[in-house]
Design a protein around this ligand. Structure first.
Ligand code: AHG
Ligand code: MN
Ligand code: MN
Length: 337
């Protein structure tokens, strides 16, 4: 018998008291939005009722990145789906300069939702997996109005996190702090069905993911780690490594949750003043929590990502995550004198 996302959430709530009703509603609404984004992604050049999803929107986001039409469609879908339910106080997104407070005409809840509406936008036209990443926090002081400051909580404070990958299958991956579960979208039924529970990332791996074209810009510890992997059986690691780089963090992390590996997007010398390329609040934090919940590790090369106290909504961070022993090794290369 198959277990739907709804049933999974109800049972988690009943058995473990992990999911208050409001949070359950929130997660179901996010899943519904992901279904609708998945539909638009699938239509591709045919266009869906949400519009033409291919190509550039001719605009830039707050980080100076060119927005694709699908970045904006996915952002709008998530906002529209979530703003009226009464479960949220506000939302923040990679594609919006500042937070979106739930309008006065709707009741305001206590939760805060952050998302990267469309991760891997460079892969839209080439028909390679892309996804949506999300993270949920709770307002610290429910008696006060909501502001950007409410979002500036470390990743350890997340109450739910996940992503939906739009690939050969559409898969929703979720944690509420009790391990990681995967749900596959059954298009005939129109529902997400539980297909894997207690996801585990093996502690060891022979696979790494990094954009090798940036090698000359890396810091010494990253160069050392990759160089040792590349030396294979003859080198200090004594084994051959394989490499994968999809250029969609969702797809790379999904592979790691499925069969292990280490993913790195480290700080580099191209833009030395930026801590990294990936964003802490809606990319690194949710992915780090999922990886930790599956027994892996996630650091910025020096410290646990989830412990970082954010100072800005769109702050960037260096990312090393995946199989624990490899992440520990990369981290030790950064911290040892
Ligand atoms: P986004 O499409 O949300 O801007 O994120 C893309 C990110 C991430 O998904 C991926 O790992 C990385 O950028 C790829 O960067 P490079 O093109 O520099 O390899
Ligand atoms: Mn992204
Ligand atoms: Mn994005």
């Amino acid at each position: 018998m198959s277990i739907s996302l709804t049933r999974y959430l109800v049972e988690q709530q009943r058995a473990k008291g992990l999911i208050p009703s409001e949070l359950r509603l929130l997660l179901e609404v996010v899943a519904r939005a992901c279904k609708s984004i998945s539909h638009a992604v699938n239509k591709g050049a045919l266009g869906s009722e949400l519009g033409d999803v291919m190509g550039s929107a001719g605009s830039e986001n707050v980080q100076g990145e060119v927005q694709k039409k699908l970045d904006i469609i996915a952002n709008d879908v998530l906002i529209e789906a979530n703003e009226w339910g009464g479960h949220l106080a506000a939302m923040a997104s990679e594609e919006m300069d500042s937070i979106h407070v739930v309008p006065n005409r709707y009741p305001q809840g206590e939760y805060l939702l952050m998302f990267d509406p469309l991760d891997g936008s460079s892969n839209i036209e080439v028909n390679v997996s892309i996804g949506t990443i999300f993270s949920v926090l709770k307002k610290v002081d429910p008696s006060k109005g909501v502001s950007e400051e409410d979002f500036l909580q470390p990743g350890t404070q997340q109450v739910a996190a996940g992503y939906c990958v739009y690939g050969p299958q559409t898969t929703l991956v979720l944690t509420v702090g009790d391990g990681v579960a995967m749900f596959t979208l059954d298009r005939e039924q129109g529902s997400f069905v539980l297909t894997q529970e207690n996801v585990k990332v093996p502690a060891d791996t022979k696979e790494f993911a990094i954009n090798m074209s940036n090698m000359r810009h890396w810091d010494e510890p990253v160069k050392r780690y990759i160089d040792e992997c590349l030396q294979g059986e003859e080198g200090p690691r004594g084994k051959n490594f394989n490499m994968r780089w999809i250029a969609s963090m969702v797809a790379d992390v999904h592979r790691i949750l499925t069969r292990g590996g280490v993913f790195m997007y480290p700080w580099d010398k191209r833009e030395p003043s930026k801590a990294g390329k990936l964003r802490l609040m809606y990319e690194a934090n949710p992915m780090s929590w999922l990886i930790e919940q599956a027994g892996g590790a996630a650091t910025d090369g020096r410290q646990r990502i989830l412990n970082i106290q954010p100072t800005q909504l769109h702050q960037r961070v260096s990312v090393v995550l995946g199989s624990k022993n490899e992440v520990d090794r990369v981290t030790s290369y950064h911290t040892q004198k």
